[in-house]
Structures are given as C-alpha cells and as structure tokens.
Ligand binder design. Structure first.
Ligand SMILES: *Cc1c(COP(=O)(O)O)cnc(C)c1O
Length: 382
C-alpha cells in the first residue's frame, strides 16, 4: 500500500532507518558488530552508563518493582516521584514541579493546558516538533516568529490581541545549537503581559551549572515563567518535568492529558534521575569537561573549514550541502569509525550532520573526528 510513497522517500534520499546498538550508550558504541566513536548522542555528561546511576536504578527496581501500573493520579507514582519533584524544585529554585513521561509528552500536555480557545501562542520558527504539536493540540491561535528575531516578536506581541498571550521557545535549539535571547524575551513578556514557556531540554544539565537557561542568563524564576526540562538528555535518564509557581503546576497537574491519561514513570527511572541531579550538584567536573570538549571541537571544526552555523553549545551542525552530500559525509565518517548522523528534511529545512559532543569524549576521540573532517574536505571538497 505504501510502496510508492516509500520509493519516493528513497529517491529523495529521505528514507530513514532505525539503528540498533548492542552496547550501552556512550562515547564508544557498537552498531551491527562494529565499534564507533559516537557523536550523535544527547547524553552530554556521560551519565547514561554511569555506575552510581545504574546502581540507583537497580536498587529502586528491587524495592518498587518495574512497572508503575497506573497514572500518577491513581497511585502509579511512589514516594520517589515526590522526592524527585521536590529535588527539582530545589535545584531550579521554584515553588513546585511535576514530572512528565517524556519531553514530548510534556510539551504536548503542558501547552494545551496553558493556552486554549481565544489565547495566543508566539512560537519561534525553529522550535522543537513536540512544541509545534503542543501548539496544534491547544485550541489557541499560534503565531510563528522568525528565529530569535526580537523585532519580529515584539511587532507580533504589539499587534495581536488575546485573552492570554504566551511566548514559547526552546532555550537551546536542538538542531542548530544556538541559544534563545532569553533576557530580551523575558523583557518583552513583561512589557506585553505575556506568559513565557521555556523548553530547556538541551539546557538542563548543560547551561547555568546544570540548572538550565534561566540560571545561565542570571534570571530569577517568576510566576509568569514556566520551565520544561528533560531528564532524558544530559541527565542520562528518562522523562521530563514542568517547574514554576505552585498554582501553575497544580493547574498543569489537573489538566495535562499526557499526565492524567498515561502510566507513571517506573521508579527505577526516577531513582536514576535523582542520582543524576545529586551528581551534578556534588561535582562540577563533568559539566566543565563537557564545555572544554566543546571548545576544542568547535575550534577544530572551524579549522577544518566547515560551516557550523551559529552553534553556541555542545550541539554543532555541520553543513555539507544537499541531502545526498550530507549522507555521503556521514558515510565517510562512518568508514572512519565515527558515528555522526545526517539530519534531513523534514526534521530540518537544510540538511546537516548534527554533531553532539559530551564529557565522555577523550581528547583523542575529538582529534580523530577533526582529522577525519579535514581528510574529507581534502578528498571530496565537500
Ligand atoms: C528531545 C527534545 C524534546 C523531547 O524530549 P524527550 O524526553 O526525548 O521526549 C523536547 N524538546 C526539545 C527541544 C528536545 O530537543
């Protein structure tokens, strides 16, 4: 039935495949029996395979079992869930927080809770797909502003009228690795009486000593700011959270369908997340190493002559031309023992290799990637 459609994707070099690891996640991974240095993971601190965190997950499994068996509202959650929420509130200096089963579930649950018929959402054009879907699921009108363009955002905030306004943005943009101008967005929200919803998926554990984008910009939590963060990226675990004032979190808990109608996260995952936050609070070394590695790699990439757009974070796009050329570079890297996936439309407008560097990479891993990129430039002038 879908044969022609699939053939069409293949012709356009847009056919995707699921890739399976036979090793833990980390700087070195095994794919189909072959070892690679991995530059395609969001496990920024190398926590996904860290001993203490694994131990925490095992202990919680032994105590609470595996499946949660029901939604949070029907006692699917344990006292560990509550403890993690309190820990997150403390970590983020907010009044309250609530867990979600994934970043995707958070965005598609929270945004429709905050905005509905008669409300207006202002959304950056490069926001993550889960935000786009959250906006679609809400019955609010969504106005898209040009990427990080504050003049455009202000113009829209000024002219559009609504019962409630909400600006929605990624803190770190997941494909370009640049950071939103949060100070200015905050000022505009104050000026035009708008709520601010921040998706801090790639800021959590990475920016502001791990505390995320608000801390990075020296901003304080406010009742009109709602933060979403994930536990699945830098924290090496799984799930997400919303953090904000007591009232907004209670409202979200009462109205988010992805929270109410979905089974709670397993306790082993909660325990792993708790352990990861403790590690970040106790030891600044992994975050420092992450940023050192990022500095070293971006320097090498520029030296190799690649365009890395406006990257400011461990997410570094590499432009290599159209989908075919991008796939070719990804293949070349793979032949050189490096896993760095090509990202193509519709995930992004312009194809690129999306490099993510982590604290788990060694200097040698980074040098091998830079050397391969230089060779690739020479041999094919990509
Ligand atoms: C990955 C990501 C999500 C989704 O988080 P998951 O926990 O993987 O579902 C949401 N927003 C952004 C910006 C992301 O990069």
């Amino acid at each position: 039935m879908f044969e022609e459609e699939l053939k069409g994707l293949k012709r356009k070099n847009l056919l995707r495949r699921v890739v399976s690891r036979t090793s833990p996640q980390g700087a070195l991974i095994t794919l189909q029996g072959k070892k690679f240095i991995n530059f395609s993971s969001n496990d920024y601190l190398g926590f996904a395979n860290r001993h203490e965190i694994i131990e925490a997950a095992i202990k919680a499994s032994e105590r609470y079992g595996v499946g949660a068996g029901a939604s949070r509202l029907l006692a699917g959650g344990s006292d560990l869930h509550k403890e993690l929420e309190e820990r997150i509130s403390q970590f983020k200096s907010v009044e309250s927080s609530v867990l979600f089963n994934s970043g995707y579930a958070a965005n598609t649950g929270i945004i429709p809770s905050l905005a509905s018929d008669g409300d207006l959402i202002f959304s950056d054009e490069l926001n993550h797909a889960s935000i786009v879907d959250g906006c679609r699921l809400s019955k609010a009108k969504t106005v898209v502003y040009r990427h990080r363009d504050m003049f455009h955002l202000e113009k829209l905030l000024k002219t559009e009228k609504a019962r409630r306004k909400i600006v929605v943005t990624d803190s770190v943009f997941s494909m370009d690795g640049d950071i939103c101008p949060l100070n200015e967005i905050g000022e505009l929200c104050k000026m035009y009486d708008s709520l601010l919803y921040i998706d801090d998926a790639h800021g959590t554990g990475v920016l502001g000593n791990g505390k995320g984008a608000l801390a990075h910009f020296g901003m304080r939590p406010e009742p009109w700011i709602i933060q979403m963060g994930t536990l699945s990226k830098a924290l090496g675990s799984f799930g997400a959270f919303a953090a904000g004032s007591r009232d907004v979190i209670e409202w979200i808990t009462n109205t988010s369908r992805t929270l109410i109608f979905s089974t709670a996260l397993p306790s082993c995952i909660i325990s792993a997340s708790l352990s990861a936050i403790l590690l970040i609070e106790k030891d600044p070394a992994p975050i420092k190493k992450l940023w050192d590695n990022r500095g070293r790699l971006i320097e090498g990439i520029r030296e190799a002559g690649y365009d890395s757009l406006e990257s400011e974070t461990p997410i570094i796009p590499l432009k290599a031309g159209d989908s075919k050329k991008t796939l070719r570079l990804s293949h070349f890297l793979s032949e050189n023992g490096i896993y760095a996936a090509a990202i193509r439309p519709p995930s992004v407008r312009e194809p690129r290799i999306r490099i993510t560097v982590s604290a788990a990479h060694t200097r040698r891993h980074i040098r091998l990637l830079i050397d391969a990129l230089k060779r690739s430039k020479k041999t094919r002038d990509n």
